[in-house]
Ligand binder design. Structure first.
Ligand SMILES: NC(=O)c1ccc[n+]([C@@H]2O[C@H](COP(=O)([O-])OP(=O)(O)OC[C@H]3O[C@@H](n4cnc5c(N)ncnc54)[C@H](OP(=O)(O)O)[C@@H]3O)[C@@H](O)[C@H]2O)c1
Length: 477
């Protein structure tokens, strides 16, 4: 049966940069279960020809494009003009989609690539025009919601409740594009398909877990958006917590969407509430702005938006009790990478000198999420020759050398939406548990001084106090 992938907000940046290459690649490789139409919807007075030309011009330069395949794909692409803030807009949309389907029964995916304040009105509009009602199984009606899903717990749960009055959770696909990355999906395979890591993956052997999302640029032209969000909302509440949930969860009963998401949500619910740590004499949350942020175009005078945040927390359950979890993200750091590092305890007795001086490094496993995707296992080796001098060494796995080119996150996610697999999408209780914790961080953070750091440095020095052992232990990848 034909599936219409209907993108609301199709004249925008996300559609040309990410969604179109994703649909194109999946279509060319025959990865959708049946034929598809991609239908772009926006207000401007474009037609099919203009929309297709716009997509051709905007195709990312790193996208290999075989002209014949692209021309064939464009035959499946149409444009419908509609105002998504009026009832008539949705009636026109319904009529246009039916016409494109030629009167046949079709599956429909509605991708909300629009501003978050249009998420609920557009779902109401789709519902009002009869576009969301689905029979028992087919044809299906699914809605993909972009991030950010809410700005705090209250707005996220209000949005959840309102959306779920209009459709079932099984129709709703909340995106966090990190979950479409192969490196993120591989976390479960790495942990639960290999016998030798999992026995060590607990508080008996793990000393600390670090999640880092480092960006090497400032806010650039996105200051308007960024200043309303900040590092906590933009990165920690979603990407960083999703990574942590996968790294820390228990093995699911099986790989179906609800089994995986039920285990993830337990991790999020076990995060120690930041408010409960307020009496801790050491700071456990550090916020900062890079020097020059307030002078960036579009940043309001005196803005108190953090461009850097570091937090130490704990997962209060049997597996992770007492293990510090360090989460940090920032703009304008010296490098751009995302990683999770699991650092192991030192051996119970040292034959090779004192580690009080920090000369010996702990063993560690680094999951390199992006951009140099791979996994490193760090350990120590003895230098050749007399004496007992140690050197760090690593066993390294790189995706590039083993697999070559891999699908983009959005491609995998769109394939899964059409296939009806929700494993890589966030469930309502997950999104609320993440916001509950992030709201607590905000409450505590607002009482902390706003520190500053020079661009291209690893954030304010005060963040080092989040470590118990010694300075400079933050993973620099
Ligand atoms: N861009 C990214 O890399 C990125 C990354 C993560 C998440 N997201 C999320 O993805 C969504 C889309 O992002 P974007 O960057 O593509 O946004 P964008 O460039 O602002 O595009 C949104 C599009 O929506 C259309 N639109 C706005 N109001 C409308 C209305 N009332 N009726 C019909 N169409 C309307 C606009 O087209 P017309 O003016 O022609 O109507 C505009 O082209 C946002 O929720 C964003 O938070 C984007």
């Amino acid at each position: 049966m034909l599936t219409q992938i209907v993108i609301l907000g199709a004249s925008g940046d996300l559609t040309s940069r990410k969604l179109t290459p994703a649909v194109f690649n999946a279509h060319c490789q025959g990865l959708f279960p049946g034929p598809i139409q991609m239908v772009g919807v926006a207000r401007r007075e474009w037609d099919d020809a203009y929309f297709r030309q716009h997509l051709s011009d905007a195709m990312p330069s790193d996208q290999p494009l075989e002209q014949g395949l692209w021309e064939e794909f464009l035959q499946h692409v149409s444009y419908l003009r509609a105002h998504l803030d009026s009832e008539e807009g949705y009636a026109a949309l319904a009529q246009g989609l039916d016409q494109l389907a030629g009167g046949e029964a079709v599956n429909r995916v509605f991708y909300l690539s629009i501003k978050p304040d249009l998420f609920l009105p557009s779902v109401r509009g789709l519902h009002g025009a009869g576009l969301l009602q689905q029979a028992y199984q087919e044809p299906f009606r699914r809605v993909v919601v972009e991030k950010p899903f809410g700005t705090d717990l209250q707005s996220a749960s209000t949005l959840n409740r309102a959306l779920l009055e209009l459709m079932g959770e099984d129709q709703l696909y909340r995106i966090d594009h990190y979950l479409g990355k192969e490196t993120v999906q591989n976390i479960l395979a790495f942990r639960f398909r290999n016998a030798f890591f999992e026995p060590l993956w607990n508080q008996k052997h793990v000393d600390l877990v670090q999640v880092t999302v480092a960006e090497d640029m400032g806010v650039g032209s996105r200051a308007g958006y960024y200043d309303e969000s900040g590092a906590l909302r933009d990165i920690v509440q979603n990407h960083a917590l999703q990574l942590l949930a996968l790294v820390a969860m228990e093995p699911p009963a099986n790989l179906d969407a609800d089994s995986i998401r039920s285990e993830k949500v337990k991790v999020l619910q076990s995060l120690r509430p930041p408010e409960a740590m307020i009496a801790d004499p050491d700071p456990h949350i550090v916020r900062a702005q890079y020097e020059g942020y307030l002078q960036e175009d579009g940043v309001p005078v005196g803005s108190l938006t953090e461009t850097y945040i570091a937090a130490r927390t704990y997962i209060d359950n049997w597996r992770w009790g007492g293990v510090p979890i360090l989460i940090r993200t920032g703009k304008y750091l010296p490098a751009r990478f995302t990683s999770v590092q699991v650092q192991f305890r030192m051996p119970p007795h040292s034959l090779f000198g004192s580690w009080a001086e920090c000369h010996l490094r702990p063993n560690a496993i680094t999951l390199r999420i992006q951009p140099r995707e791979g996994i490193d296992v760090h350990f120590e080796v003895k230098e050749p020759g007399s004496g007992q001098n140690m050197r760090p060494a690593a066993l390294t796995f790189d995706y590039d050398s083993l697999f070559g080119r891999r699908p983009e996150a959005y491609q995998r996610l769109l394939q899964d939406v059409v296939a009806g697999d929700q494993s890589l999408f966030i469930r309502s209780d997950e999104v609320e548990a993440s916001w509950r914790w992030a709201d607590g961080v905000r409450q505590v953070m607002d009482q902390m001084p706003m520190l500053s750091y020079p661009p291209k440095t690893w954030g304010p020095k005060q963040a080092n106090a989040l470590f118990r052992e010694c300075e400079g232990m933050w993973s620099k990848e």
